[in-house]
Write a protein that binds this ligand. Structure first.
Ligand code: SF4
Length: 102
């Protein structure tokens, strides 16, 4: 699925004003339960009883899509969790520009 982040959207501007720098978009329905994300960054990823990862601190946006805005401190670990996901269901965008990092 293709996702976009609009730097001019009201929710993005609000997140930026709160010091957030990046947005995680997670396709939970497509998670295959490999647990790689939780192994590299358990602060954000936790395996649930249905053998899919939960995005800790995230909000469900419908259709199994979860979202969380994060600051610089978490960025490298979140990026690594996206890099190790074998089915690429963890996406990260830069809020300021809308650039897709992974
Ligand atoms: S690494 Fe990907 S497939 Fe594995 S649990 Fe995490 S989100 Fe799901």
């Amino acid at each position: 699925m293709e996702f976009k982040v609009d730097p001019n959207a009201a929710d993005v501007k609000k997140a930026l004003s709160e010091g957030k720098k990046y947005r995680i978009i997670y396709e939970r329905n497509a998670c295959i339960g490999a647990a790689a994300c939780a192994a590299v960054f358990d602060k954000r990823w936790e395996m649930a009883s249905d053998n899919k990862a939960d995005l800790k601190g995230g909000a469900e946006k419908g259709n199994g899509i979860w979202q969380a805005d994060i600051d610089d401190i978490e960025f490298e670990d979140v990026k690594t969790s996206g890099d190790v996901c074998p089915v690429n269901v963890i996406h990260v965008f830069k809020l300021e520009t809308g650039e897709k990092i992974i």
